[in-house]
Every structure is written in structure tokens, then in C-alpha cells.
Design a protein around this ligand. Sequence first.
Ligand code: PDD
Length: 275
Amino acid sequence: MIFLNGQFMPIEKASISVLDRGFIFGDGVYEVIPVYSRRPFRLDKHLHRLQHSLDGIRLRNPYTSEQWSDLIGQVVDKNAGDDQSIYLHITRGVAKRDHPFPDVPPTVFMMSNPLLPPQPELLEKGVAAITASDNRWIRCDIKSISLLPNVLLRQIAVDAGAAETILIRDGFLTEGSASNIFVVKDQVLLAPPKSHLMLPGITYDVLLELVAENHVIHEVREISEDELFSAEEIMLTSSTREIMAVTRLNEQPVGTGSPGAIFRQLHQFYQQYKA
Ligand code: PDD
């Protein structure tokens, strides 16, 4: 069952106008919220980031946090599976095609997909990534539904048989096409600082909290392209992929070419934390 504009219905029954500004302009924002054991994970943080995205595009939040929490709970209840991924999407609504903001209600859509843990083989071996120049706009902190650059960047990885494209802007690491990136250099875990050039990942925050609690040596600072290429370990995080080791970069092994000790530790912390 999906949620569309105040109603629950099977996805086959759901339809929106071709004049929806999400369709016409990509004028909207979204969230992806993992659900473990039927409980939305870090819901308050996702709703806080949603508010930041809505503020960023000057769209009024149609619901209070309590209302969101209730509606998301209903989506979870109406769908099978203890672990789910809730996709939440708000656009500026349906109006005659014209650039200025119309005075119409927003379109609000939510659906649930099964949330599958990363395959054991991928945890064992890690994944391949490639690098590309980050050619997106400079409000990457907004979780915009206008994902054409991310889609094009991800496809370069797929075409190369890799799992993710790691983005470089002006010689520094920003993030992945749909993930945040961490690097281990000289046994120190490095994370790029939040800015308008990357999405403030909820999983990124969880990881930084876990390393602080567990006294893993880490630093939040700019990471140069050279440091990325000479890293001992690279890992990616996202709500749907959790934490994964990147063991090949541009067809070269990262470190030993196998998931490293820091990745294994962090993966374990994450599994314990989400349980
Ligand atoms: N994407 N950076 C980008 C560009 C992303 O699209 C995502 C997540 C992240 C990680 O954020 P979080 O840890 O909050 O999931 C970073 C989602 C999963 C998606 O678009 O499907």
C-alpha cells in the first residue's frame, strides 16, 4: 500500500497529473527512511533533514513531525516485512506549466520497499567504485528529487561494472552518487565535513557517533583526491546500503584489496546499533 495525498491505496491505483511539478520540473524533495523490526530508524533526524530540504526549496511542510510519524507508521503497518525502506516524496503540486511557484497544495507520496541487508558476499569482498568529477549543482545538501546528475554519474559506475561513483570537486572528495564516503589514511578514519556540496547523510552521522563512542581515531576534514587514491580503506554509507567497503577504485585495489580492519569494526558497531 502506498500513501498519496492523504489516502492509502495499492500502487496500481495511484496516479498523479502529468502537470505535477515533480514531473515537469523535478520541483520537489524526498527522504529515504530505513525501518528495522518495524521501527523507523532515526526518524527525527530524517524529518529534520526533510525540513531543511523543504526550507531550501521554499516549500511549506504539509505535516507536523507528529503527523509524519503517524503517517509513516501507517505505511509501515500496511506493508509486509519487518525491515522496510520508506520513500517519501513531496512536490510543489499540480499547476499549469510556468516557472514561478503556483498557489496549490503539494503532492505527497510515500511507498515502502523491502530493505534487504547487503549480501554477505559483498560484505566479504567489498565493492568496486570509480571516480568522476562532481558536476552537480552547489546545493547538494538539499535532498532534491532532481537527480539527473546523480543518475548519470551512477550509470558510469554501472557501465564500468562498479557499484558506486565517488565524486571529486576541485581536487577534493565530496560523496558518492547516492552515498557518503569515508577514507582511512595512516590508520585514521577521515570524513569530509558537511557543507552545501554533499548530502548530510543520516548514516554518516550514525557512523561518526559510533566512532566517537568507541574511541576510533578519526578526523572530519577535507580529503584530497591524492589521499583518496592512496587510502588504506574506503567505505560508503547510506540508508539502503548501510556500510560497505570499497575495495577497488578505478580498477586498482584499495589497500590490500580486501575489506580492512576499520571497516570490519565499524560494520559490527553498526549492526549492534541498529538491532
Ligand atoms: N540516498 N549522498 C547522496 C547523494 C545520497 O543520495 C544518499 C542517500 C546519501 C546517504 O544518506 P543517508 O545515509 O541519509 O541515506 C548521501 C538514498 C538512499 C537514495 O537516494 O536512495
